[in-house]
Ligand binder design. Structure first.
Ligand code: H79
Length: 575
């Protein structure tokens, strides 16, 4: 079994600062500039001569993180460009040997973090290294079929040499020069086979057993089951799962259009309100938020980033209790007005938009001690009605809100209860009468011995490759009526061919049966890497308020690219 004790601090922390800082910062066009602009190695190396971040002040950065409510920092010790931002005795391509600055910023950060009680982790690009030519420049494109690169035996030898001669010595330095390291944050595990991933992971654990490692040490495309040595999973860059996901996960998030510093001419900043919403949304889905800043070549965090962090920090100062050490939304549903976090004795309602009709919760069984606004020092009681409704056979909480809410971003309403939350253990129709059957709430039935069908950390039913595999959901309908049935599929990320097309599926519900294909569907672009497809299946009448089961039985699954059917939800929308 995995040792989960070492994750305790990380689970409580919920919020960390990512820092991308390196030679690329000088050019101000993001951390991929060397590759994107095809800068030759010898020319890129020259940047080191200009790197003199005299304004770098570890204390002020750590204090900023702390003031923002962040509990840990992860900084790029070495990014894909291969340049070590720390004192690396095993390499001359490092900040101490190559730059006029000549000092080790990681040492300063480690000391400042110790003083402030903030955990420090290092990002280390273990596979891509555009300076060690073996895994450099053209490798990704040369070997990539749009998926993970395949490499020749000869290249594999070179890669191993690089792992032994650069990666291991540098990891050892990072793990012995700076005291306890909270996390080694690996990235893009291109080229790595399972043995190599395990070897590097074990190498870290042998030196510092309590150092956490994320799962980007292993290619989850090649080895979907992962390896034991990893402690938590990284979502895709900027990716937030669609639904509550109970594994240990973290979303790395940019604050603007790149990770590394982007100068005034090229940058686009995210709206602070959206950045705060991501924090809340991620907590409500039971994950951690690793929000990135890119210091300038002088070593300071840009004003516009600080402004955004300050807005989040001010909110956290009042409302942090609803984020730290919480669990996610226990209802199997989202709400029109916002979302929920919780811990024993407390339920936190995050009101993100004012609900004109008040707030309704179905299925809460605990007796309620008190309901009040978190921002209200005197904790004046809010009026509510909590009762069992015989007509629909369900507990109902009706809550009316004050006319004005104190926080313009997210007002927290606290429900004090006894002990852990106790809700009806079945998916209940939402208060807005939609019925959303999300992937993680499905019962999965493996139809073959070698079935791989599973629910991914990002909340998708994935590796659904055989028509013998099937799924169903049980749920409680409160409001009989006519419903529109639709199915939502999610694309694979990163890969050029994101979809397998040509599925045929049977859906059974309330004595009706629909057979449909993915031919007629509406595509929705979610991000650069993610697309959804919505298939309208048909209409049906649900005549009673009671428990129903919906079953999906594939008749044909297309696996042209190896993805199969990737399902996010089945939605029943009242008409
Ligand atoms: O460190 C940050 C990124 O630089 C790194 N992960 C985060 C945490 C990362 N490395 N690779 N990738 C992310 C994925 C590759 C993205 C690419 Fe592109 C899409 C490479 C080429 C197309 C984005 C757009 C980067 C260059 C152009």
């Amino acid at each position: 079994m995995k040792n989960k004790n070492r994750l305790q601090w990380w689970r409580e922390a919920k919020f960390g600062m990512f820092i991308h800082w390196g030679l690329y910062s000088i050019l101000g066009r993001g951390e991929w500039v060397m590759r994107q602009e095809d800068i030759p190695v010898n020319k890129y190396e020259q940047l080191a001569k200009k790197f003199n971040p005299e304004k770098f002040n570890a204390d002020s950065i750590v204090k900023l993180a702390k003031k923002t409510g962040m509990k840990y920092i992860v900084i790029t010790a070495k990014h894909h460009d291969g340049f070590a931002m720390f004192d690396s005795p095993s390499s001359s391509y490092d900040i101490v040997d190559m730059t006029p600055y000549g000092k080790d910023p990681m040492k300063q950060l480690a000391e400042a973090c110790q003083r402030e009680g903030i955990k420090l982790g290092f990002y280390y690009s273990q596979a891509q290294d555009w300076h060690a030519h073996t895994v450099g420049d053209d490798w990704v494109e040369k070997h990539s079929k749009g998926a993970d690169p395949i490499i020749s035996e000869e290249d594999r030898k070179e890669f191993k040499k690089y792992l032994n001669q650069k990666v291991k010595p540098q990891l050892k330095e990072l793990l012995t020069q700076y005291g306890p390291v909270a996390i080694i944050w690996f990235d893009t595990p291109y080229f790595m086979n399972k043995d190599e991933s395990k070897e590097i992971a074990q190498f870290v654990k042998n030196i510092q057993p309590d150092c956490l490692i994320n799962d980007r040490i292993v290619s989850l495309y090649e080895f979907p089951e992962g390896i034991m040595e990893t402690d938590y999973s990284s979502m895709g860059d900027d990716e937030i799962p669609a639904v509550v996901t109970e594994s240990d996960w973290e979303t790395p998030m940019t604050i603007c259009n790149w990770w590394g510093y982007v100068n005034e001419k090229n940058n686009e900043w995210k709206d602070p309100k959206i950045l705060l919403r991501y924090l809340i949304d991620i907590a409500a889905k039971e994950g951690n938020y690793l929000l990135n800043v890119g210091p300038t070549p002088e070593g300071i965090i840009p004003e516009k980033a600080i402004k955004r962090l300050n807005i989040i920090g001010e909110w956290m100062e009042v409302n942090g209790e609803s984020i730290y050490n919480t669990k996610g939304n226990p209802f199997y549903n989202e709400f029109e007005w916002g979302t929920i976090t919780r811990k024993p004795g407390k339920i936190y309602l995050h009101v993100l938009s004012y609900p004109e009709n008040g707030i309704k919760l179905y299925g809460l069984k605990n007796s309620i001690k008190k309901i009040y606004l978190l921002a209200d020092n005197v904790q004046e009681k809010l009026k509510y009605n909590h009762y069992f409704n015989k007509g629909i056979n369900c507990n109902v909480l009706d809550l009316s809100l004050p006319k004005r809410l104190p926080d313009k971003y997210d007002t927290i309403i606290v429900i004090d209860i006894n002990g852990d939350i106790d809700i009806e253990d079945i998916l209940i129709q939402r208060p807005d009468n939609k019925i959303i059957l999300n992937a993680p709430t499905a019962n999965i039935h493996q139809g073959k011995k070698d079935s791989l069908i599973q629910i991914t950390p990002s909340g998708v039913i994935d590796n659904w490759l055989y028509k013998e595999d099937w799924v169903d959901w049980s749920f409680k309908v409160l409001k009989p009526g006519n419903y529109k049935v639709e199915l939502v599929m999610r694309s694979k990320s990163w890969y050029k061919n994101r979809w397998d097309i040509g599925h045929k599926i049977k859906l059974q519900l309330a004595g009706r049966e629909f057979i449909f294909t993915d031919k007629d569907s509406k595509k929705i672009k979610e991000s650069e890497f993610q697309e959804l497809k919505v298939i309208s299946i048909g209409r049906l009448k649900i005549s009673e308020a009671k428990k129903y089961t919906l079953t999906l039985l594939p008749q044909k699954i297309s696996t042209e690219n190896g993805w199969g059917l990737r399902l996010q939800s089945v939605n029943l929308i009242p008409e």
